[in-house]
Design a protein around this ligand. Structure first.
Ligand SMILES: Nc1ncnc2c1ncn2[C@@H]1O[C@H](COP(=O)(O)OP(=O)(O)OP(=O)(O)O)[C@@H](O)[C@H]1O
Ligand SMILES: [Mg+2]
Length: 379
């Protein structure tokens, strides 16, 4: 099922983003080449995004300025990232393990809630829907949302289920151990009607839905059915999914899917070694799930965008320095969410997301890109 005509704003000819036009692009210094015929039977035309014109820049900058008037709903697995920092001076007499003297600790929004951090940093409005436990960490999460003035009506509390928390203990700049508290059972069936009511109301207030799956139970096939149905019946906003490769049929028919290279391999069953493998993997995923578009993020190799016309655009990374790639995927989906909400094309949205990811991998820790930083990158 098709959900959303993403290129919803038809631009005048002179405003048309060249990356969407059929102008010849170059790849590795050669002329545009035609990729082998994909398993779907169509020949994929490969374009390589090599720099953008002043007109393109104006369109992207206008979109970034418009982020403040857009609201994105994130549905996904809410995680609390707990960091404990300390020093180690001795080995425990009880067992051959280091004794960490704690100097500092903090609790941060993680998982789907880190997408929320990214959207806020980019200047957009965001709301979150997911599950927490009826526990102290659940209270803390709600407190954090309140501080950020984010409505919590989409946060479902489940008694007996712990709020997902990942504790990392770090001493002398090294992670000593990670301790996870979680339960990954599916979103409880008795909460499904409440979720449906919530979404049917909320959809009218938002410009895009981002699905952030961390395999912790929120994103069930039933939840995705409700997302599709609500968007079809009530408001045709784009639905963008950052998937985990299990039970991929859950993601059928959404607007855009953004797996990383490894997830794309698992989703397609194709081992990706060459660009031709990448095309085959993409064709397999497009064939099975029929999204409007598929964006495979490829770490230091950047991204590849496939659309349903069989066109592919490769986008080299914009990162100049790489310190920490943690959370780059969250930055990608947050930026794409805002960009598609604002009416940019898939190509334009992917280029912006690639710039935003290039900014965060140059920072230490799970970082975000600000609206001003992204604007500066496009100058
Ligand atoms: N090592 C790197 N060098 C340069 N750019 C990078 C690197 N890693 C990530 N990026 C940028 O970040 C984007 C997303 O990264 P990646 O493909 O690793 O996503 P991911 O595996 O989903 O990330 P996450 O670990 O957050 O889930 C890439 O498309 C690229 O633009
Ligand atoms: Mg990811």
């Amino acid at each position: 099922m098709k959900m959303h005509p993403c290129n919803k704003r038809t631009t005048r000819r002179e405003e048309t983003f060249p990356l969407d036009s059929n102008r010849p692009m170059v790849e590795n210094g050669n002329n545009t080449k035609t990729a082998p015929v994909a398993p779907g039977g169509h020949s994929q035309r490969r374009k390589n995004q090599m720099g953008i014109t002043d007109t393109d820049k104006e369109i992207l900058k206008r979109a970034i300025r418009g982020f403040s008037s857009l609201r994105v709903l994130i549905i996904g697995d809410i995680i609390i990232d707990h960091f404990i920092w300390g020093t180690v001076e001795r080995i425990s007499p009880e067992a051959p393990v280091p004794v960490v003297n704690v100097t500092r600790e903090n609790l941060l929004l993680g998982g789907a809630a880190n997408v929320l951090n990214n959207i806020k940093a980019l200047g957009g409005e965001a709301e979150i829907c997911g599950v927490v436990g009826d526990d102290v960490m659940g209270d803390h999460l709600l407190g954090m949302l309140e501080k950020l003035k984010i409505p919590a009506d989409g946060v479902f509390r489940v008694s007996g289920r712990p709020t997902t928390k990942k504790t990392r203990i770090i001493a002398q700049s090294q992670q000593v151990v990670r301790v996870d508290r979680e339960e990954t059972s599916p979103f409880p069936a008795d909460l499904v009607p409440g979720f449906k009511d919530y979404l049917e109301k909320k959809i009218h207030d938002v410009d895009a839905v981002v699905v952030s799956d961390y395999n912790k139970g929120m994103i069930t096939a039933g939840v995705m059915d409700i997302v599709r149905e609500t968007v079809r019946k009530h408001k045709a906003v784009p639905v963008i999914c950052d998937p985990k490769p299990e039970d991929i049929q859950r993601f059928a028919g959404v607007t855009l899917i953004t797996p990383n290279n490894h997830e794309a391999e698992l989703m397609s069953g194709v081992r990706i070694r060459t660009l031709e493998d990448l095309d085959r993997a993409a064709a397999a995923i497009m064939g099975r799930l029929a999204p409007r578009a598929l964006l495979i993020t490829r770490g230091e190799a950047g991204m590849a965008l496939y659309d349903d016309s069989g066109e592919v655009m490769t986008i080299p990374t914009q990162a100049r320095e790489v310190y920490d790639v943690t959370g780059a995927g969250d930055t990608v989906i947050a930026t794409i969410g805002l960009a598609l909400a604002g009416g940019l094309s898939f190509a334009q949205a992917s280029i912006l997301a690639n710039h935003a990811a290039g900014i965060v991998v140059g920072k230490v820790g799970t970082a975000t890109a600000s609206n001003a930083e992204l604007m500066e990158k496009i100058q």
